[in-house]
Design a protein around this ligand. Sequence first.
Ligand SMILES: Cc1cc2nc3c(=O)[nH]c(=O)nc-3n(C[C@H](O)[C@H](O)[C@H](O)COP(=O)(O)OP(=O)(O)OC[C@H]3O[C@@H](n4cnc5c(N)ncnc54)[C@H](O)[C@@H]3O)c2cc1C
Length: 483
Amino acid sequence: MVDVAVIGAGVVGALIARELSRYQLSVLLLEKADDVAMGTSKANSAIVHAGFDCVPGSLMAKLNVDGNRMMEKVTEELSVPFKRNGSLVLAFDEQDNETLKTLLDRGIKNGVPGVRIISGDEAREMEPRLSEAVTAALYAPTGGIVCPYELTIAAAGNAMDNGAELKTGFTLTGASYENGVWTLTSAEGEQVQARFVVNAAGLMSDTVAALFGDTDYQIQPRRGEYMLLDRDQGKTVSHTIFQCPTKMGKGILVTPTVDGNLLLGPTSENQESKEDVATTAEGLRTVAQLAAKSVPSVNTRAVITSFTGLRSCSAGHDFIIEPSAHSEHVLHLTGIESPGLSSAPAIAQYAVEKLGEMGLELAPKADFDPIRKPIPKFREMNEEERRKLIEEDSRFGQIICRCETVTEGEIVRALHQNPPAHDLDGVKRRTRTGMGRCSGGFCTPQAVEIIARELGIPVEAVTKCGGSSKLLFGKTKEGGRDE
Ligand SMILES: Cc1cc2nc3c(=O)[nH]c(=O)nc-3n(C[C@H](O)[C@H](O)[C@H](O)COP(=O)(O)OP(=O)(O)OC[C@H]3O[C@@H](n4cnc5c(N)ncnc54)[C@H](O)[C@@H]3O)c2cc1C
């Protein structure tokens, strides 16, 4: 039995597990997918919002501004790329000007540092490629960009390094309570026991809450489609460029990513399915058209991939973090839509405080280590650093992914460091293998061989992303395909 089971290994669940691992507690992170960061935390805009969008006085406003402030320290401790690049919300007409005033007012009330309205010309001085039609902009110097899945992976890894356990492939489908102990049952019939339960199941947080008798929550999935452009477009803008928000979201943005690509999107459309993440021609056309309204020279022909993320919207559009109304020792986190990523470090702290109020003993652990040792990034090293690394381990001298300059040594580390990758996409998210222009066309065969060797499995058993996502079906020479 563990003290706390956290359901869902997105950025919120992973940071809660890390926060709990500061204390003398046994912690179990349960995730239905084969890896961490497989839900919304993998597919979003990756912006650390300054905090001027949220309604003053809301929990969202408080945790956004707090989370933004905490992001530097958390990302430094976890060796995750984060950049405070600042953001601009553009105005094109009188109505937009009024929206900027509302956002400025909210920003001031929410305590966002340095937020101010600047003229169109000042905005173009900061960003020469902005449209001539821009009349004014809201500038927020504390806006930032981060890698959302790296943050999730690193948070889960640091929690594990500090004693937390991760169980993937565990879809919670049943819960029963007896003598102060929760028995949690998976879809496959596996059972684990815990004294406290944290529901951080994102889009499925309403379904998970219902397992504990709380049937009032409702999550509306809202799709957002994106285009990711090649690294040679990454310097098109240096700030994050927003358009004015609408009631459906923060509008289409144009932003550099921490890895040097350019990201355009997202659209905003309610849908029924909590699983359908297909992109559509119409959605991507909308992204391209609206991105060009802000930055007319944006080169959408340089797209290297497109993807869809699903927002977890609640009716009140505020974060809900509260104990179950029907079950003892259960904390629900639901409606964690944008700015959930920005707020995640503060959400985690807030959730653990709530657990303390609910009776969880929070005795600090003397040997908690907040620092996560990163996988070395060969592409970012100078000649001297590279030579030293190769002397220590010659596998760092073997380039596997040419587009992103990823070495065999990095892939090997990704397969053994907490939380270990089990498949090609897991290696990709941890090292960027296959994330370049050729999308893995050259490096996949070698990466598969390394995965098979390190995991001690046949190459045919290596999957793209777990389950039945097989990569190899048989030989094309010497006898053809075998089933
Ligand atoms: C289009 C879009 C753009 C966004 N842009 C931004 C942005 O720029 N900045 C920002 O701050 N925020 C942004 N967000 C919001 C942000 O991405 C989310 O708030 C955040 O990722 C939510 O994290 P989470 O851990 O709550 O959810 P998830 O990452 O979805 O994690 C929940 C996990 O629970 C697991 N799970 C579900 N059911 C079960 C079960 N029964 N048993 C076990 N596990 C289960 C899932 O597999 C999943 O891994 C955006 C969201 C979207 C969709």
